[in-house]
Design a protein around this ligand. Structure first.
Ligand SMILES: NC(=O)c1ccc[n+]([C@@H]2O[C@H](COP(=O)([O-])OP(=O)(O)OC[C@H]3O[C@@H](n4cnc5c(N)ncnc54)[C@H](OP(=O)(O)O)[C@@H]3O)[C@@H](O)[C@H]2O)c1
Length: 378
C-alpha cells in the first residue's frame, strides 16, 4: 500500500480509503446489508494496509456506521482513521447537532471521529450550516476531542466550491473526481485550488460508482490497442493517483476480490506515474464514454427512497447500460425487475423530491420519461 501525506495535516493516509456506502450490492438497488460480509470486507482492507474508512450517518439506511463500529472491535479501531458526516436534513440547532454526533460516536463504538464532514454541501447548504452555528459546534467538538478535523464533502459547481473553501479554515475536503469529471463539479480546478492551500483532498466516486470499472466496447478497443495492458479499474485509479494533490481515493467494494485488486493497484500507483501517451489514452477514453452515456447518474441513491416507488438509480443504470454496452432492453434483468415490481417511471408524479436531493443536479423527472420511452416501455 502506498501512503500519502495529507497536505497541511501531515498525516500519512493509505492511498486507498474504503468507502462504506455500497456493501452488499447497494449500488445495484439492494440496500439490505450483509453485516457479516461487510465486517469481513472492512477487516480485510485494514489487514491489507488501509487506514482510512469513510462512512456517513445516512449510508445504507443508517446502518453503515453501525457495521463499521462492529468491524472496528478487537483492536481494529486503533489501526484506522474514521471519516463520517453530519447531514443537513437532520439538524436544526446545537442540541440536534450534539445528539446526532453522540449517536454517531455510539454507533461507531468510539470516543472520537477523526474526520467530521458537513455532508454533501454546496453554497446554499453551507449558508444553512453557518446559520445554525455548525462551524462553532465543529470548533467546540474539536477542542473537546470528539472530532479531530473539520471537513466537508462537496457536490456542486467549481465557483461554489472555491467560495466555501475560502470561507473557513477547513482541515480537509472530499470531492467527486475521476477522469470523466475533469471539468465537472469541483473538477481539476477545485483539486488544484485545495492543493495550493495545503488542504488535503479525499476523492469519492473515483470509478463513478462502478461505471468506469466495466469498459464498453468502444472504450475497451482503445485500451486493447494500447501497448500496456491494464484493467479499466487500474487505468482509472492510476489516473487519480497521478495527481499529487490527491491524498486518499475512496472506493466502495462489495467483494473480497475487489479489495485485493485495489490493494494491489494502490501499492504501485503514485504521483507522476502516467506518461504523456497514457494521459492521451485517458483523454480518448473520456470522449468514447461521453459519446454513449445517457445520464451522469452515479447510483449514490441520495434520491431514494422515491415517495412514489420509482427505482430511479436502477432505471438510469439500465438506460446507460443498454446504450454503453449495446444490449437489448428486453433482456436486461435490472429492467425486468423494475417492470415486474411496478417501480418504473410511469409512477413518477413529478414531485421533485429526487431532484432536490441529487448531488449531480440531474434533471431526473424529465430524464425518467425519456429513459422509459427510449427503453421501449411506453
Ligand atoms: N459525501 C458524499 O456526498 C459521497 C457521495 C458518494 C460517495 N461517497 C463516499 O465515497 C465512497 C466511494 O464512492 P463510490 O462507492 O461511488 O466509489 P467508486 O469507486 O466510484 O465505486 C465503487 C464501485 O466500484 C466497483 N469497484 C470497486 N473496486 C473495483 C474493482 N477492483 N474491480 C471492479 N469493480 C470495482 C464496485 O461496483 P459494483 O458494486 O458494481 O461491483 C463498487 O461498488 C463511498 O463509499 C462513500 O463512502 C460520498
Amino acid at each position: 500500500m502506498n501512503y500519502r501525506t495529507m497536505g497541511k495535516l501531515g498525516i500519512r493516509a493509505s492511498a486507498f480509503g474504503l468507502g462504506c456506502m455500497r456493501f452488499n450490492g447497494a449500488a445495484s438497488g439492494d440496500s439490505v446489508i450483509d453485516e457479516e460480509k461487510a465486517v469481513s470486507l472492512i477487516r480485510r482492507a485494514i489487514d491489507g494496509g488501509v487506514n482510512y474508512l469513510d462512512t456517513a450517518y445516512v449510508y445504507l439506511d443508517k446502518t453503515s456506521e453501525t457495521v463499521v463500529g462492529k468491524a472496528l472491535r478487537d483492536g481494529y479501531r486503533e489501526k484506522v482513521t474514521i471519516a463520517t458526516k453530519m447531514p443537513m436534513e437532520y439538524v436544526h440547532n446545537r442540541e440536534e447537532m450534539e445528539a446526532l454526533l453522540e449517536s454517531e460516536l455510539k454507533k461507531l463504538q468510539t470516543d472520537h471521529i477523526d474526520f467530521y464532514l458537513m455532508h454533501g454541501i454546496n453554497r446554499e447548504k453551507w449558508e444553512y450550516f453557518k446559520s445554525i452555528g455548525a462551524p462553532e459546534f465543529f470548533e467546540d467538538m474539536k477542542k473537546a476531542g470528539k472530532i479531530r478535523y473539520k471537513c466537508f464533502s462537496f457536490h456542486g459547481p467549481y465557483e461554489e466550491f472555491a467560495y466555501i473553501l475560502n470561507d473557513w479554515d477547513w482541515d480537509m475536503v472530499q470531492i467527486q473526481f475521476n477522469f470523466m469529471d475533469v471539468n465537472n463539479q469541483a473538477g481539476l480546478k477545485g483539486l488544484k485550488l485545495a492543493g495550493e492551500k495545503g488542504i488535503p483532498v479525499v476523492i469519492m466516486e473515483g470509478l463513478l460508482g462502478g461505471r468506469l470499472a466495466k469498459a464498453p466496447s468502444n472504450v475497451q478497443a482503445l485500451y486493447d490497442a494500447f501497448p500496456e495492458k491494464r484493467s479499466p479499474v487500474e487505468w482509472a485509479f492510476r489516473w487519480l493517483c497521478n495527481h499529487p494533490e490527491v491524498s486518499v481515493v475512496l472506493s466502495g467494494c462489495n467483494e473480497a476480490e475487489q479489495i485485493d485488486d485495489n490493494l494491489r493497484i494502490f501499492s504501485t500507483a503514485a504521483p507522476g506515474i502516467m506518461s504523456p501517451e497514457e494521459l492521451a489514452l485517458m483523454d480518448s477514453v473520456r470522449e468514447a464514454y461521453l459519446s454513449r452515456t445517457k445520464i451522469g447518474c452515479t447510483g449514490c441513491r441520495y434520491c431514494m427512497p422515491c415517495p412514489n416507488g420509482v427505482d430511479i438509480p436502477g432505471l438510469f443504470s439500465a438506460w446507460n447500460n443498454v446504450s454503453l454496452y449495446e444490449t437489448n432492453p428486453a433482456t436486461d434483468w435490472n429492467l425486468r425487475g423494475i417492470r415486474e415490481n411496478g417501480r418504473g417511471a410511469d409512477r413518477c408524479v413529478g414531485c421533485g423530491a429526487c431532484e432536490a436531493a441529487c448531488p449531480q443536479h440531474l434533471p431526473i423527472i424529465e430524464s425518467l420519461q425519456r429513459a422509459w420511452k427510449e427503453l421501449g416501455i411506453n
